[in-house]
Design a protein around this ligand. Sequence first.
Ligand SMILES: Cc1cc2nc3c(=O)[nH]c(=O)nc-3n(C[C@H](O)[C@H](O)[C@H](O)COP(=O)(O)OP(=O)(O)OC[C@H]3O[C@@H](n4cnc5c(N)ncnc54)[C@H](O)[C@@H]3O)c2cc1C
Length: 429
Amino acid sequence: MILIIGAGLAGLSTAYHLGDRSCRVIEKEKEAGGLCRSYQKDGFTFDMTGHLLHFRQAAIKALVEGLLAGRLEQHVRRSFIYSHRTYTEYPFQVNTYGLPPEVVRECLLGFIATLAKPAATRPEDRSFKAWILDNMGAGIAKHFMVPFNEKLWQVSLDELTSDWVSWLVPKPDLKDVINGALGIKDKAFGYNPTFLYPAQGGIGMLPRAFLPGVRDIVYGCELIEVETTRRRATFSDSRVEEYDTLVSTIPVPELVRRCTDLPKAIRAAADGLRCVSVYNVNLGVAREKISDNHWIYFPEPEFPFYRVGFPTNFSPSLGPRGCSSLYVEVSHQPTRTVPDTMLIQQIRDGLERAGIFRPDDELVVADVKDIRYAYVLFDQHRARALPAILEELARRGIQSIGRYGRWEHTSMEDAMAQGKQLAEQLRAS
Ligand SMILES: Cc1cc2nc3c(=O)[nH]c(=O)nc-3n(C[C@H](O)[C@H](O)[C@H](O)COP(=O)(O)OP(=O)(O)OC[C@H]3O[C@@H](n4cnc5c(N)ncnc54)[C@H](O)[C@@H]3O)c2cc1C
């Protein structure tokens, strides 16, 4: 028996690709989807912040296009950065045109200086801060990369490693940085110049599309305890399940905490894994087209949020006619919380300062979701501890996969790909 814990995209994709192999999915919530659920409130459909589909793997793109045939729309990204009271296109490093001239000069001179000097440290030893300075230069670091990332990660960037960065933030060519400073656009940048999104129903349509291919799924049932040597799992409804393989997609520190018989060193290693939480504040406003954009990044400290998106701009059916919807993302340390009313007021003030809200705008709905595990911190402890934790679990018949099972910074596509790959291995064994 293969027991799958969690019906997010990783767990669903595993079960779906196991086909007729006997397996059971057990999910603590009342519905499937994990972070890719959508929900309805006061006439709006909201996701757990923006969940947009971009693909690097043809097989996963084909899988999703098959599951949601005729229900996906492609959009050309309209994403901007708001700083120095100016909107510039994302990514910042190749779009400084329009910023104050002294800022553009600092960015250009800083970038040019990176070309002359070799990187100070070996890539594997380099902190994220050093990576930014080596690849982008002091000006781009000062005006975007450092303040934005410190707001997102809530720690000094010296504490983070840089091994995860390069596919998300490629180093641009000098020509592109100069073109960007002069306002010349001749190509698209970044990992997501276009994206796909369901025309109706929000991103929750995707996990729901897996369900006809998943035969045995139990909802409202939380994994409480695992005896790894006896291969036995106990759940919140008192059921006890025996398994040959346990596929876990829950955050790896939560899994390790629930395993009663792991070595002390593994438990201590898992306890030291760090992450940042995100308040996802979903807003509905009684005004059409409150912005023209899909999403906007906010590096400056006067704004409490690091990103604001506008779902009704890529799927108008997500809000009532004459209204706009927004998702606002505010990072916080897991232990530092803010009451909902205070958070909503701070956000409203920030949106007014940015010129997005007008003082007389009516908030039709404001709903706060706290995403406890949002962004995994890539630090030296993670680099040392994670391989040992995953190996020890695998030795005991537990495959920990998905964004939080592998404790990594990966996308919906990766979660589905990991589930597919593991299912193929299990089918072959
Ligand atoms: C703020 C934010 C924005 C994002 N934006 C994008 C984006 O635009 N595009 C993109 O591709 N990706 C995005 N992602 C990443 C994407 O959400 C994840 O890669 C994907 O959802 C991970 O799926 P998963 O199945 O690994 O994990 P999850 O979705 O977390 O699924 C785990 C499941 O396990 C269940 N569970 C937990 N504990 C237990 C327990 N003890 N017992 C039983 N069940 C349990 C949970 O309820 C959940 O259903 C974003 C992530 C965040 C945080």
